[in-house]
Ligand binder design. Structure first.
Ligand SMILES: NC(=O)c1ccc[n+]([C@@H]2O[C@H](COP(=O)([O-])OP(=O)(O)OC[C@H]3O[C@@H](n4cnc5c(N)ncnc54)[C@H](O)[C@@H]3O)[C@@H](O)[C@H]2O)c1
Length: 329
């Protein structure tokens, strides 16, 4: 059955890919975004087919207006990008918490009973169990570390969504993406950042191997999911997610940061000399989702890192000249 959705954060990396998919699946879509990190161009050939509302998720009136008349709200607007967590933690929390409250209030006021909310793996920070199921405790390890403004805002958003969701909603579901990667995701993420640094290091090092400094010893792990798989997972939650259900969206293929760096440099045709450095405060040693719940909704990731990474590395490498200058390492 086709529906009318409001997608907040719909010109962002994941939001735009989701909007394109929803339009292709025959749904009517309204996008709400302030384009602070989003770009309508990401909507590509579906831009004409969507209604684009330029607004701030912190503006209760604007959100109330945007929610009116839709069947469901997919709430993705957030200040993403690790640098921002450190540089503007107040804004991260404001957008995360006030935005969530505005969306919940607007849905209730307009009688929109279907809401799907984007959370994050950062809501649980250092997991007690890897692969990590959805029911581990959500934590803010250090209130004074600005990094946790983001994970904290997601933790609060989950609390708000579940508890507001108990009344006045038919279905509120939450998904937690785990390290989504793909073309045009912005530069403040590990894969684009590695490509930018690898290209610069290759330019400086005509002969192999290419020196590649990393934070910590490189033994930290992450599990990266290609954007196409992530969208399949999110759509499974939208179509079949349970009321008050929480779902990890990811690919449980765990890779060390050192190995990821090596793979990026290899795609660029060279060999990497990984050089350990001081670890970032607040980093998590291992992260890998247990996706059994999402698989029970029919999801299966199809794109291993070895198949997804080359196209994404090439996309960023081709655009490195336009990116911000590489800081001295
Ligand atoms: N990319 C990932 O790997 C990842 C991982 C975990 C969680 N998430 C979550 O998924 C969602 C989408 O992430 P993304 O990677 O597409 O990030 P993104 O930054 O590309 O998209 C977020 C969008 O929200 C918009 N936005 C920011 N502040 C706003 C405001 N005040 N008012 C209206 N719009 C505003 C931005 O312009 C942007 O288009 C976010 O909620 C994010 O926290 C993403």
């Amino acid at each position: 059955m086709t529906k009318h959705y409001l997608v907040t954060g719909g010109s962002g990396f994941i939001g735009a890919a989701l909007v394109r998919r929803l339009v292709r699946d025959g749904h009517k879509v309204r996008v709400f975004d302030d384009n602070s990190r989003g770009h309508p161009r990401r909507l590509g050939d579906v831009l004409e087919a969507v209604e684009f509302v330029n607004g701030d998720i912190r503006d209760a009136e604007a959100v109330a207006k945007a929610v009116r008349g839709v069947d469901g709200v997919l709430h993705l607007a957030a200040v993403n990008g690790t640098r921002h967590f450190y540089e503007k933690p107040e804004v991260v929390l404001d957008v995360g918490v006030r935005g969530m409250l505005n969306v919940l209030d607007a849905c209730r006021a307009a009688g929109v009973g279907d809401l799907v909310v984007a959370s994050s793996s950062e809501a649980y920070q250092t997991p007690p169990l890897v692969p990590t199921p959805e029911d581990v405790p959500l934590v803010v390890p250090d209130v004074q570390n600005a990094r946790y403004s983001y994970g904290g805002s997601k933790l609060i958003s989950e609390l708000l969504a579940v508890n507001w969701g108990r009344t006045g909603f038919d279905r509120v579901a939450i998904f937690r993406p785990h390290n989504v990667y793909g073309p045009d995701m912005g530069w403040e993420h590990v894969v684009p950042e590695f490509v930018r640094r690898a290209v610069a290091a290759i330019d400086r090092t005509p002969r192999a191997p290419v020196p590649f400094p990393i934070q910590g010893d490189g033994g930290q792990t992450r599990a990266f999911v290609h954007i196409d798989d992530a969208i399949d997972g999110i759509v499974a939650v939208i179509e079949r997610g349970a009321h008050l259900g929480i779902y990890h969206v990811g690919n449980p293929e765990e890779v060390t940061i050192a190995d990821l760096a090596r793979q990026v440099v290899t795609v660029l045709g060279r060999e990497a000399d990984i050089q350990a450095g001081p670890a970032a405060p607040g980093g998590t040693q291992r992260r890998c989702p247990d996706i059994a719940r999402l698989m029970a909704l029919g999801y299966l990731p199809r794109i291993p890192l070895s198949a997804g990474l080359p196209g994404v590395v090439d996309w960023y490498a081709a655009r490195c000249r336009d990116a911000a200058p590489v800081a001295a390492e």
